[in-house]
Design a protein around this ligand. Sequence first.
Ligand code: C2O
Length: 486
Amino acid sequence: MFERCDVWELSEDNPWHPIIEWYARAVKAMQDRNGTNFSDPTSWRYLAEIHGTSIPRSNWPQGATWQECQHSSWFFLPWHRIYLHYFERIVRQTIVDLDGPDDWALPYWDYSDLQRPNVRRLPPAFREPKMPSGDDNPLFVSQRSQSDPDINQGDELDTFDVDIGAATAERSFTGPTVGRIAGFGGPVTGWSHSGGAVGSLEATPHGNVHMGVGGFQPPGLMSRFETAGQDPIFWLHHANIDRLWEGWLGLGDGRANLTDARWLDMRYKIGGGASEVTLTVGEVLDTTQPPLSYHYTRISIPVPGPDTVLAAGPDAESVFAEGGPVPEDIFPEMVGASESTVPLETKPTEVGVPVEAPSGPALTERAEGGQPRKVFLKVENVRGNELAAPNYLVHVNLPPEADPAEQEDRRAGQVSMFGVLEASEADEEHSGSGLTFSFDITGVVQRLREAGDWDPEHLRVTFTPIRPGSEQLGDVSVGRVSLFYA
Ligand code: C2O
């Protein structure tokens, strides 16, 4: 059994802990295999191009399956798990070939523990231009965020970027297909490279950390699908996302992998040549079994906050029938939508959403005993070609003049810009309709009702940029903000 360790625990012991140093040496060896067209399936760039590439298809090596990363999809987590497995085996073999240990496993970057502020910094070995030997350090990448945070100078990621609360509060791996609500792991899709509804873990912390490390003016390697895998920290970030999947399952309370054959039987081939792997989703759900055979030194994660631990309100009638996974039989009904597109700029934007009483499926729910069981907010068709900020906080019914950072009770979630540029380009693979984010705001609405701040006919939604750019740039907009009852 291979053990995936916490990179910050290793670094605090020794910034060049053998696990980190062997990784660096292997990265260098794999980069040396790049050649001119990256045709060696064990070369650094071949591996990165599997995730995304800007190389035209006609120039791909024979048989290459590149540009395959699964995003905005219930395959996001399993696809990246298989991808990491392929990568980890190649790194391990490379280390063995360098006369290193035969049990190397990918460390993970757990950036979310607010009690350990250091962990929001890039681990030291990834920021040093030189190795202790004086050689160039292959873990160092200059194309990273250079201001706010200056990530290679050891600045911390924003606490919002590493927030796992919203994702882990989700009880359902995927959401109801009707209404295209994403859930924890992403919406039901076929093969899905880019564009569509983003699962809550994929949005935050996943997307935020990509943008926080890569930056956005200009976008560094971590900020684009076609370059992210070239930054050695990418793999440690994804080991953590993979770990959070395990941690989420461990929280219980209905959280579970899916049993749908369309999910379990989906098969992905990754890589080429002797090292190629082909695995189904069903074959990678138990990481401790072959062929994966790894475990994490720590998988427990904190029990998520206010959205699941709702204080019973004094007004019993306002209590939603909450708890447990989103029932599969619910049919969310749209009860309100904004009227025009909403710009996402360097300053906060508020949008009004007129709300009507439900007339369809959600009405039936009400007739059977009161309130809708669930309330969802959707931020649809986020698109643009130039970003003004790496991510936005989304609040509902913010009091006038309030500092959004202090209004956690009214935060619906976050919108991360990772993938927006890709999802805005129309080409043969996707329509360019952007990314859609969905938030279960049942708990927020309940709190607003209790505070007397819920108007059933009008909702206000505020987008607040986090660490926006210094200049007023950007053309990103939200196509529509909508409210659903189920
Ligand atoms: Cu396929 Cu973190 O991205």
